[in-house]
Design a protein around this ligand. Structure first.
Ligand code: PGA
Length: 249
């Protein structure tokens, strides 16, 4: 079986007591199948509860949904990479489309956050993806490349960065990219990263956008996909436990 990552983005759902209850139900389904990893991205208030309750479970880690680039200071409402790490976070999402499109985060800010995550040893998952208008205008790769370039600006590039390709039009809409469409973008991203790097690092590239129990097997059958980043379908512990056990041919 090839290694696969199942990342759960809870967004603004599941507080600390709910998170403990969720994980009890999730682990009641048994240990994670060998060669599979599960990454949980709870809201910041639940990060410590999740980190504590996944500790000791093989291949399961907790991460932040977002960080601010400064390490500390007068930044009301923000959390830094060192604070996320202190709460037990091992990873962080960077530049999720809701950060970019709802909160107006720029490419430049995404780059600063990526650098801050790496400096604090939080493994980043850099999210990239085009809007529907951009896809229809044939600009998908131009947009994704611009987002990658901005995020990697100022890096030697030889640090481990995971990527999530999430077309904005597929997030929370019930409309997912076809496995072939997703694979095409993944291949291009891999090509871009290879060209950029001096050291060869095995990059994990996840697909995200309306992944669920019904379409996961078909998407993951595409070898370009190293896993999935899932919002809505990760909120129910039993459904998620089933999803991480998806049979992949
Ligand atoms: P969705 O969200 O699975 O609900 O479409 C994915 C994401 O935003 O990471």
């Amino acid at each position: 079986m090839r290694p696969l990552v199942f990342a759960a983005n809870w967004k603004m759902h599941i507080g600390p007591p709910e998170a403990r209850e969720y994980l009890r139900a999730f682990f009641a389904a048994g240990e994670i199948p060998h060669e599979r990893a599960v990454w949980f991205f709870p809201p910041a208030v639940s990060l410590e509860a999740v980190a504590q309750n996944v500790a000791g479970h093989r291949n399961v880690v907790a991460g932040a949904q977002d960080i601010y680039w400064e390490a500390k200071g007068a930044f009301t409402g923000a959390i830094s990479a060192p604070l996320a790490a202190q709460a037990g976070g091992r990873m962080t999402l960077i530049g999720h489309s809701e950060r970019r499109h709802v909160f107006g985060e720029t490419d430049e800010q995404t780059g600063k956050k990526l650098a801050a995550a790496l400096a604090a040893n939080l493994q980043p998952v850099l999210c990239v993806g085009e809007t529907l208008a951009q896809r229809e205008a044939g600009e998908t790769m131009a947009v994704v490349t611009r987002q990658l370039m901005a995020a990697f600006a100022g890096h030697s590039g030889n640090r481990h960065v995971n990527i999530a390709y999430e077309p904005v039009w597929a997030i929370g809409t019930g409309r997912n990219a076809t496995p072939k469409d997703a694979a095409e973008v993944h291949r291009a991203i891999r090509g871009w990263l290879k060209g950029m790097l001096r050291t060869v690092v095995p990059f994990v590239i996840l697909y995200g956008g309306s992944v669920n129990l019904k379409n996961a097997a078909e998407l993951l059958a595409e070898p370009e996909l190293d896993g999935v980043l899932v919002g809505g379908a990760s909120l129910d512990p039993r459904g998620w436990a089933q999803l991480v056990r998806t049979a992949v041919t």
